[in-house]
Ligand binder design. Structure first.
Ligand code: FE2
Length: 206
């Protein structure tokens, strides 16, 4: 199963490679090796028809009880709130960038291994949304379905998307990570896809 399990091994590779360098500012992350494409697997239904009906019958309940838990978007933090402000005059913006780089210059390599691992995990959100939409009873049938489950999936994806955006920009500005290699890894990860229906069944208690 080509799933999250691949991430720790990538992270271990980075940790090993980065540990060879004792120069804090040296870029030392490398792209993960290309893995063979996933073998096609037959569609596995996540639940029997009677359970699908239960989830569909709970749509009204989810609309009333679950969707109100979503924080309105204009009350959510956004990545720009934590990053140098490009709308400032150029010198002030570059001062903020310099401050960020000074703060990150002394951070241990291990911090960046973790942050890169987090960023890559977040950047595979298209894969996670795809996986959720393979699940019977809760999938987004149209891409803009008004079912409570579909609304929740889209809102969760949108919320999570901020995390990767923040990490990506922070790492980019730090100059401590080889972004080209990281971005290639993300492209490999998303293009490879993932088969983890059992994981989602476990996580979501379906
Ligand atoms: Fe996240």
């Amino acid at each position: 199963m080509q799933t999250h399990k691949s991430l720790p091994s990538h992270t271990t590779q980075w940790a090993t490679l980065m540990s060879r360098s004792h120069k804090p500012s040296k870029i030392s992350a490398v792209a993960a090796p290309v893995r063979p494409a996933l073998k096609h697997q037959n569609k596995i239904h996540s639940m029997p028809p009677e359970k699908i009906e239960i989830f569909k019958s709970l749509d009204g309940w989810a609309t009333d009880q679950i969707l109100p838990l979503l924080k309105p978007i204009d009350q959510c933090w956004q990545p720009a709130s934590f990053l140098p402000d490009p709308a400032l005059p150029f010198s002030e913006f570059t001062d903020q960038v310099c401050e960020l780089r000074e703060r990150t210059a002394s951070l241990p390599d291990e911090y960046f291994v973790v942050l890169v691992g987090d960023m890559i995990t977040e950047d595979a959100l298209p894969t996670y949304q795809t996986m959720i939409n393979t699940l019977d009873g809760v999938r987004d049938e149209t891409g803009a379905s008004q079912s409570a489950w579909a609304k929740w999936t889209r809102a969760w994806t949108a919320e999570e998307n901020r995390h990767g955006d923040l990490l990506r920009t922070y790492l980019y500005l730090s100059g401590r990570v080889d972004m080209l290699m990281v971005e290639r890894t993300v492209q490999h990860l998303i293009s490879s896809g993932m088969v983890s229906i059992n994981l989602f069944i476990l996580v979501l208690n379906f």
